[in-house]
Design a protein around this ligand. Structure first.
Ligand SMILES: NC(=O)c1ccc[n+]([C@@H]2O[C@H](COP(=O)([O-])OP(=O)(O)OC[C@H]3O[C@@H](n4cnc5c(N)ncnc54)[C@H](O)[C@@H]3O)[C@@H](O)[C@H]2O)c1
Length: 439
């Protein structure tokens, strides 16, 4: 394997970049390499996604179809396929598949390992394989490499290069995109790090090379644990301040004026999305192997998962003021997405609130312009196919209370407050009013 030849190919942008897993992380990365002039290939097990890309259609709300058409479909140097034998046509393979938790809340590496098995038979001398999925320290070297080596009869470091580079994508963040977010990279050895750095620096503004894959894996977990713990803290403070009749949102605004040593985090109805509710438990699980219990992370998890119950409690109190029990009340959930302005409902706390409301005998509907219908999922089978109520139907004749669970900018929440008897605001988006209750 001639390292100079590999590096030259990347520098000349002749290396074909294959992205495996074309979701929220993989698709923007694919577009970025294509924009930079590399030949690109997209791989996914989901035929629907492959068909959409081939037709120039986007399946992610904040990525316009025009971008797909311009940078992928109309590009002669692009193809998308479910045929993993075509990974042998690529010089670099970047893995962006899911890393969820199992039903018992242990790391589920099956997607990463399946990807390893799918590409191993076609692995080529001189190829670079980079894992981008969030995971615990040791995954790349102890889990992925053995699968790649066993299925290929090639040796990592000698025959092919391996690196770990965590994704920091923040979907729909207008200030930062894949290309402008500094990227941490760790290799299994100096040469792998060099090749990975060559590749990423062609599309990313700033690279942060670290000593090894474990450090890069740990850095990503640290970032997300930091968020999880601080969100738990602010959620706890919300409950305390609420009992003291202090507006937590005003407190945060005031505290945020300190020009150093403070960073605002915001309370909410619980954690959502594919990262913050899940990633910290990858470390908790791994720490047990070292006889260490990560109590801080567990506690943060407990506080955050108790938030939907707190919202229910606040809803009951608010209804009580109108002499109404929760049982039989018609409740509207305003937002299915886990955060504002996106269409991603994975791990959304709205579902936990929905389930608890039903357990209390409430009649529940939802409104979310970005999630017009509940998609089928393993976790919330019972809700699949339910559709969002029309905006025009949101008024006092139809609902006894609404709970603002997401806070999309496209919804005029203050206007809804005028239409509804009670509004429970978990996102701090409503102006104060007699019928608005923070939760
Ligand atoms: N979504 C985010 O904001 C974000 C941010 C940073 C890091 N991450 C991490 O990035 C990884 C991917 O997350 P995502 O949000 O893009 O997930 P996603 O579910 O949006 O996309 C994953 C894609 O992988 C495909 N896939 C599953 N198994 C496959 C296989 N064996 N071979 C090929 N494709 C396969 C799925 O069909 C899907 O299209 C996760 O580890 C996540 O924690 C996500």
């Amino acid at each position: 394997m001639d390292i100079q030849e590999v590096r030259q190919r990347i520098q000349n942008k002749e290396a074909r970049i294959g992205i495996i897993g074309l979701g929220y992380v993989g698709l923007p990365l694919l577009i970025e390499f294509s924009k930079a002039g590399f030949p690109v290939a997209g791989f996914d097990v989901d035929q629907v996604k492959i068909d959409q890309l081939t037709l120039g259609k986007s399946y992610i709300r904040h990525i316009p179809s025009l971008t797909i058409k311009e940078h992928l479909t109309d590009n002669q140097k692009f193809f998308a396929t479910t045929d993993f034998s075509r990974t042998q046509e690529c010089h670099a393979l970047l893995i962006c598949v899911p890393t969820p938790l199992t039903a018992h809340r242990d790391p589920d590496l099956s997607y990463v390992l399946n990807t390893g098995s799918q590409i191993a038979p076609y692995l080529q001398q001189g190829q670079l394989v980079t894992l981008e999925s969030t995971t615990y320290p040791g995954t790349t070297e102890d889990e992925l490499i053995p699968v790649l080596e066993a299925g290929s009869n090639l040796k990592a470091g000698r025959d092919f290069f391996v690196a770990y580079s965590p994704e920091r994508e923040d979907p729909n963040n207008k200030d930062f995109s894949t290309a402008t977010i500094p990227k941490v990279v760790g290799g299994i050895d100096d040469v792998s790090l060099q090749v990975a750095t060559d590749l990423y620096q062609s599309v990313i503004c700033e690279l942060v090379p670290v000593s090894n894959c474990r450090t890069a894996e740990a850095a990503k977990l640290m970032e997300n644990i930091f968020r999880c713990v601080n969100i738990a803290l602010v959620n706890e403070l919300k409950v305390v301040f609420s009992a003291m009749e202090i507006d937590v949102w005003e407190v945060i605004r005031a505290a945020s004026t300190k020009p150093f040593g403070f960073m605002p985090f915001y309370p909410g109805p619980g954690l959502g999305g594919h990262c913050i509710p899940i990633d910290p438990f990858y470390l908790t699980w791994k720490a047990k192997e070292y006889d260490i219990s990560s109590r801080f992370i567990e506690l943060a998890g407990e506080v955050n998962t108790s938030m939907p119950s707190y919202v229910i409690q606040r809803t009951m109190l608010a209804l009580n003021r109108n002499s109404k029990p929760l049982q039989g009340s018609r409740i509207l959930l305003l937002g299915l997405a886990y955060k504002k302005n996106v269409d991603d409902d994975r791990e959304s706390p709205t579902y936990a609130i929905w389930k608890q409301l039903l357990e209390h005998g409430a009649i529940v509907s939802y409104h979310d312009p970005y999630c017009p219908v509940v998609r089928p999922s393993r976790e919330h089978k019972q809700f699949a196919g339910i559709t969002s109520v029309e905006a025009g139907d949101i008024h006092a004749d139809n609902f006894d209370a609404a709970i603002i669970t997401t806070g999309h900018d496209c919804i005029d929440h203050d206007a809804l407050v005028e239409q509804l008897p009670i509004v429970i605001d978990t996102r701090g988006v409503c102006s104060p009013a007699a019928n608005v209750f923070q939760a």
